[in-house]
Design a protein around this ligand. Sequence first.
Ligand code: HEM
Length: 254
Amino acid sequence: MLDKSDIHSRLEAPVLKDYGVYLAVDRLLACQKPLADLVTPDELQFQIVHQVEELWMKLAAFTLAEVDEHLRGGQIMRAITLFGRVHMLLRMMTDQLALIETMSPYDYQAIRLQLGNGSGQESPGFQLLLTLPAGLWDTYRAKYLEPQGRALTDIYDTGYTHDEAYMVAEALIEFDELFQKFRAHHIYLVHRSIGMGSKAISGRAVDLLDAGARHRFFPELWAIRAQMTDRWGAEYGVKRDSIRHGDAGHGSGV
Ligand code: HEM
């Protein structure tokens, strides 16, 4: 049988060797409520998931600042590698939301009482991340569009060579897509835990989260694909003949 109170006291007063000192494990483990004060055991995972997500957002924002510097300095390979790190962080952030879904809606109601007026809307990491894509887009334009007098259509379509300008643009749109996937999964989490018809702690209807999930950081990068498809449609027909033998006139339209 496990000795629960011994486990709790070792969690709250960890023995530190060099590893623990370097990583400040004592301070890290003190960032959650004292175990005796938890309103439900699920509150510990609720706090830890949010704190871990905040740390990943810190690393993502820090890394995007590095990416921007490398893009401006022409170190493209390094920028692409670091972009990959940010993409991985966003995927992990999204996957980790599922942890919270192991908590019952009933247990969450008790935790909700503890939050004051706080909501994820106030997350410093999230608020910072929301502001960064605009600066990255400026860098992209200054590096790949304006000096060469190029437009996205040159990079994606008429002058397509799968070059650096294309690779960096794809890294940007991947960030956009992954960020919105985080928001979309978070909306499902809200559906699961408090329901979408209810009012948020801030008093705002949670349905407004949908508006955030429809936002695009780099609308031009999304638009270029539609422009290419429309141009192609104008040339070959939006609706085409079927490729099935003897079934002319019913194009799939894809
Ligand atoms: C039981 C679990 C959760 C519930 C019920 C919940 C609920 C909500 C609600 C209702 C909002 C809208 C707030 C408002 O209108 O002021 C919101 C926003 C937000 N929450 Fe959560 N949340 C949960 C877990 C999480 C987790 C684990 C994260 C991780 C970081 C998170 C991050 C966010 C963020 C970033 C926003 C702002 C989203 C945006 O503006 O698109 N939430 N949450």
